[in-house]
Design a protein around this ligand. Structure first.
Ligand SMILES: Nc1ncnc2c1ncn2[C@@H]1O[C@H](COP(=O)(O)OP(=O)(O)O)[C@@H](O)[C@H]1O
Ligand SMILES: [Mg+2]
Length: 228
């Protein structure tokens, strides 16, 4: 009886520490992410503020999902025509995930014995993924192992060999699996509509892009005039 009580106490204590830790990380992120150098001009336009807000939300969830294993992987898909800032935002988002993890992990690492891994995160286009995979079969395995990856310009590629498409499928399949620790978050930029994703790839991928808390956002068309 005594033993089960103390086990319960230990569990409660652990949960309290975990909750406090979570709150600390969240409040640090709430300061770090908006203050990040996004270099993204919004000119106060609500549609562009909204895009930036969604990207920031994804970054916050992604960082949290690295540290608290009960959090899932999150996907962010930014759609829209070219030159509206899709690559720019995904590149910044990936940098922000890396920098936020480092900035927030470093002080925690100093004050506790907890060991945080530095996060690995990378952005590549489909042709780059395929070319690297052809050169070195271990490349894809290592690349896809990363906690966060970005696939830039999905849909502009043309697949020459049928297995090239399978290569890209394998990336999505791996990153769709639940319960991976750390969670595998993904950012995608594309000029395709959901119907086009369905046709070119798979209806399941199209629905995956919008499932659960995944964010799917179409950029406003007339963005360019505002930062020129
Ligand atoms: N809202 C914005 N504020 C500042 N620079 C922007 C903005 N949108 C796009 N850019 C810049 O315009 C150029 C094209 O953007 P890019 O991200 O490559 O577009 P896309 O990937 O949608 O084709 C880049 O130099 C990018 O930094
Ligand atoms: Mg681009």
């Amino acid at each position: 009886m005594q033993e089960s009580c103390s086990a319960q106490e230990a569990q409660n204590h652990y949960q309290t520490l975990e909750r406090r830790h979570f709150e600390r990380v969240e409040s640090s992120l709430r300061k770090f992410i908006p203050a990040y150098d996004w270099e993204f001009e919004t000119q106060g336009r609500p549609e562009l503020e909204k895009v930036l807000e969604l990207v920031r939300t994804w970054v916050g969830r992604t960082v949290i999902a690295q540290w608290f294993p009960n959090h899932e992987n999150y996907w962010l898909t930014i759609c829209g025509r070219s030159e509206v800032g899709k690559t720019h935002l995904s590149d910044r988002a990936i940098r922000c995930v890396r920098d936020a993890t480092e900035a927030i992990a470093a002080p925690v690492r100093k004050s506790t014995s907890t060991c945080y891994r530095p996060i690995s995160a990378d952005l590549a286009t489909v042709p780059e993924i395929i070319a690297n995979h052809h050169q070195d079969k271990r490349w894809l395995w290592n690349w896809n192992k990363q906690a966060v990856i970005g696939i830039d310009d999905l849909g502009t590629e043309s697949f020459t060999a049928p297995w090239d498409k399978d290569t890209i499928y394998s990336v999505f399949a791996e990153r769709s699996e639940k319960g991976k620790v750390p969670a595998k978050s993904t950012i995608i930029t594309t000029n395709m509509t959901l119907e086009e994703v369905s046709k070119k790839f798979d209806p399941r991928l199209a629905s995956r892009l919008r499932r659960g808390k995944n964010i799917f956002h179409v950029m406003p068309e007339d963005t360019k005039a505002f930062y020129d």
